[in-house]
Ligand binder design. Structure first.
Ligand SMILES: [Zn+2]
Length: 378
């Protein structure tokens, strides 16, 4: 099996603003944790920089009028009509380089789609992508350009049947909207229920329209849903649908804000449960384009995406952070669990306990039961 990690070190030079929960630092932190584990030099995996996206690629989904507004906002000044397009103070601030970074994220997901569509790799992961809330003519939920939709459209242009599986804590409303009437793209989203959390949609009754009825699927979850509840729910809903739909490729949005320490949501997954879900998605996917998504606790976001990339490559991780990462002066002290603080002796055995997930039916028990990498837990 061949895999590709799509990564650019340019994205972290952009800043949504000091108070904004979406921290671009999460991208280089994730990259450095993957590197410290040796996951950026795996024999069958290549690391690929995004090919620049043409505006026509992005206009495949977004309106020209909206893209003109994003281009005008690139200098960092609010366009007078920005509010009409969802821009302004709050979720979707205008900042210098906004259009540049939106293009970069789109480019990464299109590159991942191209690598998979061409057969160059079987699985590609672009963890800076997965910005699933953007609509054709407006920004929403920290998302300006919907790279997940663009990746799906690219795969559809190559004649591939696509299932989209979104495990972010928030409903994948932008992607659902794009394919709501399309029976050739099945969208499945698991998320905290809409009465409790942005964007306020993703109810079971949202099932598609016209020819697309039955091809939009939502699994809303109660607050505090943990891995022990999430995994059986996922198992009951997602595999039967994928097995019936028979996609050529799965596009997975692997947002990590369903983690129990995430400050913006109320779900309670742990790293292990997230890893199991990724493992199931990968097992169901003939080919896989994996994207990132939300994730606002900087201590666990890199852990989870690192686990995802390990899972996609069939690699098992040691449960403690690699010394190279823990000792790196660029690693924020808060990232390192007290037991593994710099300069202190490391008691590896102390962190290898019983797995944090309970026994499950055979369908989603991994061949080996060791945990990959433990959570940072408050
Ligand atoms: Zn989210």
């Amino acid at each position: 099996m061949k895999t590709a990690l799509v990564y650019s070190d340019k994205a972290d030079s952009f800043d949504y603003g000091r108070e904004h929960p979406l921290r671009m630092e999460r991208l280089p932190l994730t990259w450095r944790l993957m590197r410290a584990y040796g996951l950026t030099t795996l024999p069958n995996a290549r690391v690929v920089a995004p090919e620049p996206a043409a505006e026509t690629d992005i206009a495949r989904y977004h309106t020209r009028e909206y893209l003109d507004v994003l281009r005008r906002a690139d200098a960092g000044l609010d366009p007078a009509d920005g509010a009409i397009y969802g821009l302004g103070l709050g979720d979707n601030p205008v900042f210098r380089g906004l259009w540049e970074v939106a293009q970069l994220v789109a480019a990464g997901s299109l590159t991942a789609a191209d690598l998979v569509a061409s057969g160059a790799v079987d699985r590609a992961f672009h963890f800076a992508g997965g910005l699933h809330h953007a609509f054709p003519d407006r920004a929403s939920g920290f998302c300006y350009v919907n790279d997940a939709v663009l990746a799906i459209l690219r795969l559809r242009e190559r004649g591939l049947r696509v299932a989209y599986v979104d495990i972010d804590a928030h409903h994948g409303d932008g992607v659902q909207h794009a394919f709501y009437a399309d029976p050739n793209v099945m969208t499945i989203s698991t998320h905290e229920r809409g009465e409790r959390l942005f964007p306020g949609t993703g109810f079971v009754r949202e099932q598609g329209e016209g020819a697309g009825v039955g091809f939009s699927v939502n699994l809303p979850l109660e607050a505090y849903t943990d891995s022990a509840v999430y995994l059986p729910a996922f198992e009951a809903v997602v595999p039967p649908l994928i097995e019936r739909f028979k996609p050529d490729v799965i596009v997975a949005q692997l947002g990590v804000d369903a983690h129990r320490t995430d400050p913006l949501t109320h779900l309670a997954l742990d790293v292990q449960g997230f890893g199991r879900a990724v493992q199931r998605i990968a097992a169901l996917a003939p080919r896989l384009v994996a994207l990132g998504g939300g994730g606002y606790d900087l201590r666990n976001v890199p852990r989870m995406w690192t686990v995802a990339w390990a899972v996609l490559n069939g690699v098992e991780l040691a449960p403690t952070l690699p010394d190279a990462f823990a000792d790196d002066p660029h690693t924020p002290p808060a990232f390192v669990a007290p037991r593994q603080s710099r300069g202190a002796p490391r008691y590896r055995a102390a962190t290898i306990g019983a797995p944090t997930w309970p026994p499950h039916p055979p369908a989603f028990v991994a061949p080996r039961q060791k945990p990959w990498l433990l959570d940072f837990a408050r």
